[in-house]
Design a protein around this ligand. Structure first.
Ligand code: SF4
Length: 485
């Protein structure tokens, strides 16, 4: 069974295509720009944000340090409430368990609410391979399904689409050639289509935002109410969740929720927050007859033991803030990363889940190390440090291309011989100035395949090296020896 989290080869090609796509840039700017502004406003109004962030980090670190204890407690309480708990070591195992439950229930049609874990374990593909009709019920996931694509962002899966593109998709996919192009008209059309699917579904599949150990409950948050219809109308509800979603109690879940929602959407609270505890009981108005929870490892316990602090990544609450603030993500969008998880968190997580390879090593290099992702992360994950860790490991394992290895070796020998270094820098500076000519702009750099100058030009060097400028300043009257300002 194919694992959907496996990264698609061709990072350079995808990046070049994304940079050349002006519609994509317009779509990303609209959504990410709004997300950044709303997050900044709501965090600015929250005087205790730093305290809540430290608290959130401490909660997640505590759970990760006692993962075995909380897993056992969660399983005990979930089973006591009537749920069936399954453990999956790998993505394939998880998808097989979910398909098996669907087949045992005789399911022909399933509805899904948004879950990146479902993408990670390849569930859309596994359901289709088993001949089970799958309907994505989150509005953005519905758009992505109609387009035959994968999500490009963990909070806004259709971030890469403009409203105009969605309008065309809906006209064709909803068989509604006269559909109006206002958001209200398009949402009404999706509601009409999806409502039939909700009523016809044999199984509803959701993710989980939090797994609550002391009650065995599953917390799910949405803004559209689609998760509630997915989880309560069909006779069978399946939850798929990574084991890092555990928190000790509902109180802890609510503390994490404040951080999650503000960081993800810039709102104080989601429209719907639902706690599921077991299947329908006597006297309940609605709910599923069977309630299954599939707990997925897929490399998470390996991250606990990995060197380089990868266990910090298990704090991630999937808010997407690091993507919205990443200058690279904002240029290339999520699909260019090629895996399930894009942006800074994806660049750290994908090699951890899929293994470091010629494909996944590229992700750590697609980072400017500006540190904005860590600043906005609500659980203070040191993403730039973790990305540097992957670069180091990639170098040690010999995954870097020969050109980079020999270039860096040359750099190292120059940097350890000051005279040669100064002569080399002066020669390179002169060559670049000659290349730039009168325009003082460099439009194509040799030896780097044009990658650095394909989408923008580069100013020529000023003529004085940093060391020369520093020495001149130090000699200037009124400056102390060696002082640089
Ligand atoms: S790494 Fe931090 S900012 Fe990025 S999705 Fe995870 S919790 Fe959010």
């Amino acid at each position: 069974m194919a694992q959907a989290s496996e990264i698609v080869p061709g990072f350079d090609r995808r990046t070049a295509e994304a940079l050349a796509n002006r519609q994509l840039k317009i779509a990303i700017d609209r959504t990410a720009g709004t997300a950044r502004a709303k997050r900044a406003a709501i965090v600015g109004e929250w005087p205790d944000f730093a305290v809540a962030r430290a608290h959130g980090k401490a909660i997640k670190d505590h759970v990760v340090a006692h993962l075995g204890h909380y897993l056992a407690e969660f399983e005990r309480n979930a089973v006591a409430s009537g749920a069936v708990v399954h453990f999956a070591r790998t993505a394939d195992e998880a998808a097989t368990i979910v398909v098996g439950i669907c087949e045992a229930a005789g399911a022909k049609r399933v509805t899904r609410s948004k879950s990146m874990l479902g993408e990670e374990i390849g569930l859309p593909h596994a359901l289709e391979a088993a001949g089970i009709e799958r309907t994505e019920t989150d509005l953005a996931e519905h758009i992505v399904q109609l387009a035959g694509e994968r999500p490009s962002h963990i909070i806004w899966p259709a971030m890469h689409k403009t409203r105009e593109e969605i309008h065309e998709l809906f006209k064709a996919g909803h068989a509604a050639p006269d559909l109006g192009e206002t958001p209200v008209e398009m949402a009404a059309s999706a509601r009409r289509i999806l409502r039939e699917k909700f009523h016809a579904a044999d199984v509803g599949i959701s993710g989980a935002n939090f797994l609550i150990a002391d009650s065995g409950s599953v917390a799910v948050v949405t803004n559209e109410g689609n998760a509630e219809l997915t989880t309560t109308l069909p006779p069978v509800h399946i939850v798929t969740a990574g084991i890092e979603k555990l928190v000790p109690s509902a109180g802890h879940a609510l503390q994490m929720l404040r951080l999650l929602v503000r960081s993800a959407t810039g709102a104080a609270m989601t429209q719907y927050t639902t706690f599921h505890t077991g299947p329908k009981r006597a006297g309940d108005a609605d709910g599923p007859r069977e309630f299954h929870i599939v707990l997925v490892d897929n490399g998470r316990t390996r991250m606990l033991a990995e060197e380089g602090g990868l266990r910090d990544m298990l704090r991630c609450i999937r808010c997407g803030a690091c993507m919205n603030h990443c200058p690279v993500f904002n240029q290339i969008g999520g699909h260019a990363y090629g895996g399930t998880y894009p942006g800074p968190m994806g660049a750290v997580l994908t090699p951890a889940l899929d293994g470091l390879s010629m494909q996944t090593r590229d992700l750590a290099h697609a980072c400017t190390l500006n540190g904005r992702c860590r600043e906005v992360c609500p659980v203070d994950i040191p993403l730039p440090t973790l990305l540097r860790g992957w670069r180091t490991k990639s170098w040690r394992e010999g995954l870097e291309p020969v050109t980079m290895r020999s270039g860096l070796s040359l750099w190292r020998s120059l940097a350890t011989h000051p005279l040669a270094y100064r002569l080399g820098v002066a020669a390179a500076s002169l060559a670049l100035r000659l290349m730039a000519g009168r325009s003082r702009r460099i439009r194509r750099l040799p030896l780097v395949g044009g990658a650095w100058t394909r989408h923008r030009d580069m100013p020529a060097p000023s003529g004085s090296t940093f060391l020369n400028s520093a020495a001149a300043r130090a000699r200037a009257p009124g400056r102390g020896k060696g002082e640089i300002r």
